[in-house]
Design a protein around this ligand. Structure first.
Ligand code: S3P
Length: 164
C-alpha cells in the first residue's frame, strides 16, 4: 500500500490524525518535522533561527523524498506544498489527504502555541499565508476532509472510508 500523507495548515490536526490512523490501520506513523529534527539534530525553531526558512524547506524536500518505505502514515509540515517539486512528488507517490480547516478554528487551536516559528512571527500575515496555500493543498490532495469541530478519531474514520 502507498503511504498516506496528511497535508494541511499548521493546527489542522495532521499529527493527531496520523496517530489515530496508525492505530486503526495498524501502520507505522512518521512526521516530517520530527524526521528533520532527528536527521539534522536541531529543533525546527533552531533551524529557522540559524539558517532561515529556505534551508528548512530544502531539508523538508530531502526528507520527503526519502519517505519511500511503503505502508506508513506520514504527517507533513504545513508548508510542504510550497515547493512545486514536493507537490509533484506527493501526487506521484502517495495517497494525499488534505485536512481542510477554517481560519477561525486554526486560530483557536493554536492560541497557546509557542513552538511554530512562522505562526509566532508577528511580521507575517498568517491568514494570507493560509489563503495563498489553499489552492496548493487542494491541487495536491487525493481526498479532502473538513476538520472543524471534529475529533481526530472521527476524521480518521472518514479517511478510512475514503481510501477503501
Ligand atoms: C510550517 C509548519 C510546521 C513546520 C514549520 C513550518 C509551515 O509544521 O513544518 O514550522 O510553513 O506551515 P506543522 O504544520 O506541523 O505545524
Amino acid at each position: 500500500m502507498r503511504n498516506i500523507y496528511l497535508i494541511g495548515f499548521m493546527g489542522s490536526g495532521k499529527s493527531s490524525v496520523a496517530k489515530e490512523l496508525s492505530i486503526q490501520l495498524d501502520l507505522p506513523t512518521r512526521d516530517t518535522d520530527t524526521l528533520i529534527e532527528e536527521t539534522y539534530k536541531q529543533t525546527i525553531p533552531e533551524i529557522f533561527e540559524k539558517f532561515g526558512e529556505e534551508t528548512f524547506r530544502d531539508y523538508e524536500s530531502e526528507i520527503l523524498i526519502n519517505t519511500t518505505k511503503s505502508g506508513q502514515v506520514i504527517a507533513t509540515g504545513g508548508g510542504i506544498i510550497e515547493k512545486e517539486q514536493n507537490r509533484k512528488w506527493l501526487k506521484e507517490n502517495g495517497i494525499v489527504i488534505y485536512l481542510q480547516t477554517t481560519w477561525d478554528e486554526i486560530v483557536d487551536r493554536l492560541k497557546d502555541d509557542q513552538l511554530r516559528p512562522i505562526w509566532n512571527n508577528t511580521q507575517r500575515d498568517k491568514k494570507k499565508l493560509l489563503d495563498s496555500r489553499e489552492d496548493k493543498y487542494i491541487d495536491t490532495a487525493s481526498f479532502i476532509v473538513k476538520t472543524d469541530n471534529k475529533e481526530p478519531k472521527e476524521i480518521a474514520n472518514e479517511i478510512i472510508q475514503l481510501i477503501r
